[in-house]
Design a protein around this ligand. Structure first.
Ligand SMILES: N[C@@H](CCC(=O)N[C@@H](CS)C(=O)NCC(=O)O)C(=O)O
Length: 214
């Protein structure tokens, strides 16, 4: 397997956490998203992933895009430790929390969206940052309520063990800090992340721990 990865990508960060939790080694290929390189827009990368986004996982001669598809694939092929609860209703609740990040928050604040706000739309950095912080606040407000109801110990988004919901909240929290969002209103999310970030599988996946981090 080969993971197309970028150290600062929060979607790739999710897959790195999952690989670490499963204890599975994977070859990685860097896709430099910085403007000067923009590797994600090059034909060579589109031949691998026509969506032009990272991560992408190549399994033999097949590419799987989308972090959730990659993580669920890993969970099916390497079942231990499980990243989803057993019961269908609990699985649905965990998936819903992960999707709140993946579908409702992250796409609004993705690099290409922020770049489009800058050019051609002509917004300055202050406006772009205000946009970013607004969508973090909207998403985190809902997730804070959900996590309060679903956590079993104040250290996990759902129940008392690591699930996909935990894998999604940590990179989003990392980015929210990077963009200096106000995190005071989300004590449950902060406590969950503080616990998870200290675990080796999460700590080894952070952008600054990657070999190509600059
Ligand atoms: N829904 C996708 C999102 C992938 C995505 O947006 N990746 C970002 C990095 S976090 C990217 O490749 N951005 C490149 C760009 O915006 O041009 C997933 O979960 O994998």
């Amino acid at each position: 397997m080969k993971l197309y990865n970028y150290f600062r990508s929060s979607a790739a960060f999710r897959t790195r956490i999952a690989f670490n939790l499963k204890g599975v080694q994977c070859e990685t290929v860097d896709v430099d998203l910085r403007a000067a390189a923009s590797d994600q827009q090059k034909p060579e990368y589109h031949a691998v992933n026509p969506q032009g986004l990272v991560p992408a996982l190549v399994i033999e001669d097949t590419t799987v895009a989308q972090s959730l598809a990659i993580i669920e694939y890993l969970d099916e092929v390497y079942p231990e430790p499980p990243l989803m609860p057993r019961s269908p209703v609990n699985r649905a609740r965990v998936r819903a929390m992960a999707l709140a990040v993946a579908c409702d928050m992250h796409p609004l604040n993705n690099l290409r969206v922020l770049n489009y706000l800058r050019s051609p739309l002509g917004h300055d950095e202050e406006t772009v940052n205000a946009w970013y912080r607004h969508w973090i606040a909207v998403g985190f407000s809902g997730l804070e309520q959900e996590a309060r109801r679903a956590t079993g110990d104040g250290r996990h988004m759902f129940g008392t063990s690591i699930t996909i919901a935990d894998i999604y909240i940590v990179p989003q929290m990392y980015n929210a800090r990077r963009f200096k969002c106000d995190l005071e209103p989300y004590p449950t999310l902060r406590a969950v992340c503080a616990h998870l970030e200290a675990l080796p599988a999460f700590a080894k996946a952070v952008p600054e721990a990657q070999p190509n981090a600059t």
